[in-house]
Design a protein around this ligand. Structure first.
Ligand SMILES: [Zn+2]
Length: 115
Protein backbone atom coordinates (compact mmCIF):
# COMPACT_ATOMS: atom_id res chain seq x y z
CA UNK A 1 0.00 0.00 0.00
CA UNK A 2 2.75 2.41 0.91
CA UNK A 3 4.38 1.76 -2.41
CA UNK A 4 1.27 2.90 -4.22
CA UNK A 5 1.46 6.21 -2.44
CA UNK A 6 5.06 6.76 -3.48
CA UNK A 7 4.26 5.89 -7.07
CA UNK A 8 1.48 8.44 -6.98
CA UNK A 9 3.79 11.08 -5.53
CA UNK A 10 6.44 10.29 -8.11
CA UNK A 11 3.96 10.68 -10.95
CA UNK A 12 2.73 13.93 -9.48
CA UNK A 13 6.27 15.28 -9.23
CA UNK A 14 7.05 14.16 -12.75
CA UNK A 15 3.97 15.90 -14.07
CA UNK A 16 4.83 19.06 -12.19
CA UNK A 17 8.39 18.98 -13.46
CA UNK A 18 7.09 18.65 -17.00
CA UNK A 19 4.17 21.02 -16.96
CA UNK A 20 5.59 23.97 -15.07
CA UNK A 21 8.50 24.63 -17.45
CA UNK A 22 6.08 24.29 -20.36
CA UNK A 23 3.76 26.87 -18.88
CA UNK A 24 6.70 29.10 -18.07
CA UNK A 25 7.97 28.78 -21.61
CA UNK A 26 4.69 29.77 -23.23
CA UNK A 27 4.19 32.69 -20.89
CA UNK A 28 7.74 33.94 -20.79
CA UNK A 29 8.32 37.65 -21.20
CA UNK A 30 8.44 38.49 -24.89
CA UNK A 31 10.89 41.30 -24.25
CA UNK A 32 13.52 39.81 -21.96
CA UNK A 33 12.59 36.13 -22.02
CA UNK A 34 12.09 35.89 -18.27
CA UNK A 35 10.50 32.52 -17.55
CA UNK A 36 9.17 33.79 -14.24
CA UNK A 37 7.01 36.26 -16.10
CA UNK A 38 3.96 34.00 -16.17
CA UNK A 39 4.13 33.41 -12.44
CA UNK A 40 5.46 36.58 -10.91
CA UNK A 41 4.43 39.41 -13.18
CA UNK A 42 2.76 42.46 -11.70
CA UNK A 43 -0.66 43.51 -12.83
CA UNK A 44 -1.66 46.98 -13.89
CA UNK A 45 -4.83 48.57 -15.18
CA UNK A 46 -5.32 51.50 -17.50
CA UNK A 47 -8.89 52.63 -16.99
CA UNK A 48 -8.62 55.19 -19.76
CA UNK A 49 -8.02 52.59 -22.43
CA UNK A 50 -9.78 49.73 -20.65
CA UNK A 51 -6.68 47.58 -20.85
CA UNK A 52 -5.20 45.37 -18.14
CA UNK A 53 -1.52 44.51 -18.30
CA UNK A 54 0.94 42.03 -16.97
CA UNK A 55 4.14 43.89 -16.19
CA UNK A 56 7.44 42.05 -16.24
CA UNK A 57 9.26 42.43 -12.94
CA UNK A 58 12.57 42.09 -14.67
CA UNK A 59 12.39 44.52 -17.55
CA UNK A 60 9.08 46.33 -17.06
CA UNK A 61 7.61 45.22 -20.36
CA UNK A 62 3.83 45.50 -20.47
CA UNK A 63 1.64 42.96 -22.19
CA UNK A 64 -2.10 43.45 -22.59
CA UNK A 65 -3.66 40.49 -20.87
CA UNK A 66 -7.22 41.52 -20.20
CA UNK A 67 -10.00 44.05 -20.32
CA UNK A 68 -10.82 46.23 -17.34
CA UNK A 69 -14.19 47.84 -16.72
CA UNK A 70 -14.67 51.28 -15.21
CA UNK A 71 -15.69 49.65 -11.92
CA UNK A 72 -12.33 47.90 -11.70
CA UNK A 73 -13.40 44.40 -12.60
CA UNK A 74 -11.11 42.73 -15.08
CA UNK A 75 -11.59 39.78 -17.39
CA UNK A 76 -8.26 38.18 -18.21
CA UNK A 77 -7.77 36.84 -21.70
CA UNK A 78 -6.49 33.65 -20.12
CA UNK A 79 -9.89 33.05 -18.60
CA UNK A 80 -9.85 34.31 -15.04
CA UNK A 81 -11.32 37.43 -13.58
CA UNK A 82 -10.13 39.79 -10.90
CA UNK A 83 -10.40 43.29 -9.57
CA UNK A 84 -8.41 46.52 -9.53
CA UNK A 85 -8.95 49.36 -7.10
CA UNK A 86 -9.35 52.94 -8.28
CA UNK A 87 -5.62 53.60 -8.42
CA UNK A 88 -5.04 50.64 -10.70
CA UNK A 89 -3.68 48.41 -7.96
CA UNK A 90 -4.61 44.77 -8.32
CA UNK A 91 -6.61 43.57 -5.35
CA UNK A 92 -7.20 39.94 -6.13
CA UNK A 93 -8.06 37.14 -8.44
CA UNK A 94 -11.43 35.58 -8.70
CA UNK A 95 -10.29 32.32 -10.14
CA UNK A 96 -7.48 33.58 -12.33
CA UNK A 97 -4.93 31.24 -13.79
CA UNK A 98 -1.91 33.23 -12.67
CA UNK A 99 -2.79 34.19 -9.14
CA UNK A 100 0.53 35.02 -7.56
CA UNK A 101 -0.56 34.52 -4.01
CA UNK A 102 -1.64 38.07 -3.42
CA UNK A 103 -5.27 37.22 -3.88
CA UNK A 104 -7.34 36.96 -0.78
CA UNK A 105 -9.53 34.34 -2.38
CA UNK A 106 -12.68 35.88 -0.96
CA UNK A 107 -15.42 37.82 -2.57
CA UNK A 108 -16.25 35.35 -5.25
CA UNK A 109 -16.27 36.36 -8.84
CA UNK A 110 -19.90 37.24 -9.04
CA UNK A 111 -22.01 35.88 -11.82
CA UNK A 112 -20.18 35.90 -15.08
CA UNK A 113 -23.34 36.19 -17.08
CA UNK A 114 -22.95 32.86 -18.77
CA UNK A 115 -22.10 32.46 -22.44
ZN1 LIG B 1 10.77 41.07 -19.24
Amino acid sequence: MDNDLWVFVAILLALTATVLPTIAFFHRCRACGSLAHGFKSDKLANFRTGEAFFVCRRCGDRTVKGKVESDGSVAWLSGGTGHFDESGHYTGDAGGVFGDGGADGGGGGGGDGGA
